[in-house]
Design a protein around this ligand. Sequence first.
Ligand code: PGA
Length: 254
Amino acid sequence: MRKKIVAGNWKMNKNFEEAKALVAELLGMVEAEASTTTEVVVCVPFPYLLTVQQLTAGKSIKVGAQNCSEHTSGAFTGEVSAPMLQSLHIPFVIIGHSERRQYFAESYAQLAKKTDQALANNLTPIFCCGEPLEVREKNEHEKLVKEQIEASLFHLSATDLQKVVIAYEPVWAIGTGKTASAQQAQDMHAVIRQHLASKYGAAVANSISILYGGSVNAGNAAELFACTDVDGGLVGGASLKSREFTDIVKAMKA
Ligand code: PGA
């Protein structure tokens, strides 16, 4: 059975004191909702990784980074490598978030290398894909998302692909308060799974968790999570509020 995952993406928010306070709140609230079937992850800014890792040790909340370099080590000032994350025992890393594709011009080839780095260092990549509004308006969203997946993931062996978590995040739904309808999410998740099946077979495709992201909140999570091919959420804004994030985790159990 594929894993259910609710992952928070804090992006570039919170100072250190606020970050610790949020984790303390989450430990008090999410812990009570912890289930063996849902994995709860918080993807925090690099400077907070170690502290959040220590604060959540032995608890049900797992820690993720929001990016890693495509290089192993060397003269890449300001970058953070996958081996560094592994040395901190960080289990997850977001790869190819649309904000990184858009503002940092991350290419398909670069994201393929970042995915390889993550996998080579025992990190679970949460690989993001999703179309901007103008692409959906032209009805080319399925084509683009398939292309994103093919270009950065289809070089992987079936064994490695099965270690990847995919997050479908339509760019027009991120931070806009405009969520994809449950039907739109289900349709695209089914397309993604079908595309994976076309290359790797149905058994592999069915074992991969596909999360939905884009304005997930406590009000819409249950409906989205109820979709057959939606295995959880990647949550931005709502993951910064302990009560709301906890309610989203609860929605997964419902
Ligand atoms: P949002 O962000 O929930 O604030 O829309 C989601 C994401 O970018 O991962």
